[in-house]
Design a protein around this ligand. Sequence first.
Ligand code: PBG
Length: 325
Amino acid sequence: MSVFPIYRPRRLRANENLRRLVRETHLSVDDLIYPMFVVHGENTAIEISSMPGCYQYSIDKLVIAAQELASLGIPATILFGIPATKDSHGSEAYSEDGIIQQAVRAIKDTVPDLLVITDVCLCEYTDHGHCGIIEDGEVLNDPTLDFLVKESLSHAHAGVDVIAPSDMMDGRVGTIRDALDDEGYEHIPIMAYSAKYASAFYGPFREAAESAPQFGDRRSYQMDPANAEEALREVTLDVEEGADIVMVKPALSYLDVIYQVKTEFQMPVAAYNVSGEYAMVKAAAQNGWIDEKRVALELLTSVKRAGADMILTYFAKSAVKWLDQ
Ligand code: PBG
């Protein structure tokens, strides 16, 4: 490569048309997945105070929101449910007429063009708020797998398009894959939350999904934020167990992990731009401290540049509107 004064990088930055031609990363509507929260009841849309612009929807309102996503051209939603009652084993998570099962049927009946992904986990459904079955204050691994299988199958029966296990139990991807295949659901892909960190950035989500752990924390099953090699081992296991898409979560503090996963594996990579990452931008923008649109698009572009093929983000709807402007 030639050097200054022969090579002048500024030549190709001189105007927007030149910048368009040399732009390396293109964020598009095709990359976006919009998360939504669903509650029992009717005609309900409760705004989540720490996530302005995001709501807990009853099913009738959820369907309208799903229609909006489809009309914006967003390919997919991921659904989180808030049950009517919680118990020690998270029964509503795998009930055939649980909130998620009803929501999946309603969206698939009315908005067939929208891909429906479901988060498979117990924490929204258990009274203790942990992602698995508890004994003597410990989250048990293998007994939890049976419940995750029941939950996945009930989502499959309801017509879900993609299953996304987020519990971080060992062996869950393979166990769920086997169960789906045995029941004739070999066509349903698994998007695995493979490198999911024990992150403080999930705070607002736990308000939205009413899923804060009632004792302790999730560090005995979610990953230590300090570890990247371990993330690659987690991804290796999930790929070997049959994951179709691997996810890194959160996104912004883990761009190096996204990059390494994309570089080391020939797999579609998803990144979850989580609730706390959204809330920080919203709060700063509401104070007039940053330009929400420019900051959000810069962040989403950075996640894509790091190697993500798709981004789960609460900014999805706004991003599509901004990208169209
Ligand atoms: C469920 C789950 C969580 C998120 C997605 N699935 C919360 C958690 O693990 O505590 C977080 C999403 C977000 O913060 O936007 N296990």
